[in-house]
Design a protein around this ligand. Sequence first.
Ligand code: PRP
Length: 179
Amino acid sequence: MGNDLEKVLYTEEQIQTRLAEMAQQIDADYAGREVLLVGVLNGAVMVMADLSRKLQTQVTMDWMAISSYGSGTKSSGVVRILKDLTTDILGKHVLIVEDIIDSGLTLSWLVSNLRSRNPESIEVATMLRKPEAAKVDVDVRYVGFDIPNEFVIGYGLDYAERYRTLPFVGTLAPHVYSS
Ligand code: PRP
C-alpha cells in the first residue's frame, strides 16, 4: 500500500493472539451452550472468520447488513436493514460480532433491534473500540483492543472500500483522506 499507511497499531500476530484469548473467555462463559454468532457486514468478516475458528463452543453463524440514513456519516444512529438475519433468534444465545465500535450508535440500535426478537441472551464481541468516540454507552462483553480516536484501516476496516484485506490494523496517512 505504499506510503498510504501511517503506522501499524496491531500486527497480525497481536490480533490473532488477542482473538485466541477472547475465544477462551467466550468458551468459558458459554460452557456447553450453543451460540449464534451474528456478524455485521462488511467489516466483521475477518473477525468472524478468525474468532469463530478459535472457539470450542458449538456455533452457528448468521449475518446482518445495516446502514445509517443521512449524509453518509455513519454515526446518525438512524439505521436501516439492508440484509436481515435468515435465522429466528428466539430463545437463542446471540453473540454479535463487530470489527469496531466507534460512536456505538450502530451497535446500540442493533442490540435493541435483536433484543425485541426475544433471544435467550445477547452479548457483543468486537475487535476494536474507540472509547473517546463513544456517544452512547453500550455493554460490550468482549473487546479486543481499545484504541485512540484515529482513522484505522485493515482487518476488515476500510477507507473507501479499500484496505479491508490487510492482516493488520493500521492508521491511514492523512494525505490519503485529506486530498
Ligand atoms: C462500521 C463498523 C460498525 C460501525 C461502527 O461499519 O463495522 O458497524 O461502523 O460505527 P458506530 O459505532 O459509530 O456506529 P460501516 O458502517 O463502516 O460499514 P462496513 O462494516 O461495511 O465498513
